[in-house]
Design a protein around this ligand. Structure first.
Ligand SMILES: *Cc1c(COP(=O)(O)O)cnc(C)c1O
Length: 383
């Protein structure tokens, strides 16, 4: 079956007792066993280990990414944590894209570094730089593409090739494009991670995460951490995410169309210094965007002429666009990464990787594009 059919039906069956078309919220800790000899016959023992509502979502997401298995977590960060905890030991080295979600940077530099794990933040858009950064003790490569917030792209097939040749697992944060537009496992990555908070939920209602693996061996390692650290997603969150995912492809297509319209509007505006959107011909990696993904997504950034001061004024006054940290929802959001999502990254590092002070990030929602553009037009006239 094709993607949109699978996003609706995969992993979900009518409830065998009542016929309920939606998988119920199994709000239970405990599962009664038939006998000691048939312990775990129905697959469940205790909801830290597995829960039927969460399992339904895990099956669905594994199918959408084309993996063998998926484990869902309380947040996107606990999903990324599970990958690091499963694959890194003291003395190991990990390569990460130099532009990544601020929380990933913080987890690496302020938590795992305390346990003797070494990190290199590398420009993963340059495959040669990744190859050069590999050490004898490199045990994991994490890439994020398009990267949050600069939208720099990493050639996933090129990095997977290097990783495979050296026997190092390649994990990809696919939060921005979702499997509807980009499937890293088909480009030979080994692990995909998501903040389900973003496009899978899509409605600003939950925080959650997911890890999808290409092999049983990796999937078992992730499950072990999910259980050992007690970081499984809750059944209510799984239920809401199950409903959100059913409209994923339709939402992200329309949101991407809106993003293209907004980006084109900004590109033609005389108060705008620069705009970046992978769907614009002016985007530095436009060809790679077309090659490895089937769509451009709904994240855009731009800089207003007048830099930080003008950008702040715009963010504080623009109507319709909510000033907020999240992304991927039906509501359009506007974010200042330097003070919000990426505040954990120190200034010199931020500057080095191109997260400029005046960078204004847009998560383009599902409203009418004309209304979104008119609101920006009015706000730009005032800066
Ligand atoms: C939001 C985000 C995360 C972290 O997810 P949470 O659900 O907020 O913990 C990780 N990676 C990317 C790309 C994100 O946008």
């Amino acid at each position: 079956m094709r993607f949109t059919t699978r996003q609706i039906h995969e992993g979900v069956e009518p409830d065998p007792v009542t016929g309920s078309i939606l998988t119920p919220i199994y709000q239970t800790t405990t599962y009664v066993q038939d006998s000691v000899d048939e312990y775990l016959a129905k697959g469940y023992s205790y909801s830290r280990t597995a829960n039927p509502t969460v399992s339904a979502l895990e099956k669905k997401l594994a199918s959408l990414e084309g993996g063998v298995d998926c484990s869902c977590f309380g947040t996107g960060m606990s999903a990324i944590n599970a990958i690091m905890m499963a694959l890194l030991n003291a003395g190991d080295h990990c390569i990460i894209s130099d532009v990544v979600y601020g929380g990933t940077y913080r987890l690496s530099t302020m938590v795992y570094s305390r346990f003797g794990v070494e990190f290199s933040f590398v420009d993963t858009s340059d495959a040669a730089a990744v190859e050069a950064a590999v050490q004898d003790n490199t045990k994991l490569i994490i890439t994020e593409t398009p990267a949050n917030p600069t939208l720099k792209l990493t050639d996933l097939a090129a990095i997977s090739k290097i990783a495979r040749a050296k026997g190092i697992p390649h994990a990809v944060d696919n939060t921005f494009l979702t499997p509807f537009y980009q499937r890293p496992l088909e480009l030979d990555a080994d692990i995909v991670v998501h903040s389900t908070t973003k496009y899978f939920d899509g409605h600003n209602s939950t925080v959650g995460g997911a890890v999808i693996c290409a092999t049983e061996e990796l999937a078992e390692k992730i499950r072990f951490i999910q259980n050992s650290t007690g970081s499984i997603m809750s059944p209510q969150v799984a239920f809401l995410t199950l409903q959100g995912v059913k409209t994923l492809s339709v939402r992200i297509q329309r949101q991407s169309e809106n993003a293209m319209a907004v980006a084109e509007f900004l590109e033609g505006h005389d108060k705008v210094e620069q705009v970046r959107y992978p769907g614009l011909k002016s985007f530095p990696q436009y060809e790679l965007a077309c090659k490895q993904a089937s769509g451009f997504g709904a994240m855009v950034w731009f800089e207003v002429k007048g830099g930080l001061t003008a950008g702040k004024k715009l963010m504080d006054t623009v109507e319709l666009w909510s000033l907020a940290e999240n992304l991927g929802s039906v509501e359009s959001l506007i974010t200042h990464p330097v003070t919000m999502t990426h505040a954990a990254i120190d200034e010199a590092e931020r500057k080095r990787v191109g997260i400029i002070d005046g960078l204004v990030r847009l998560s383009v929602g599902l409203e009418d594009a004309e209304d979104l553009i008119e609101a920006l037009d009015v706000a730009l006239a005032k800066v």
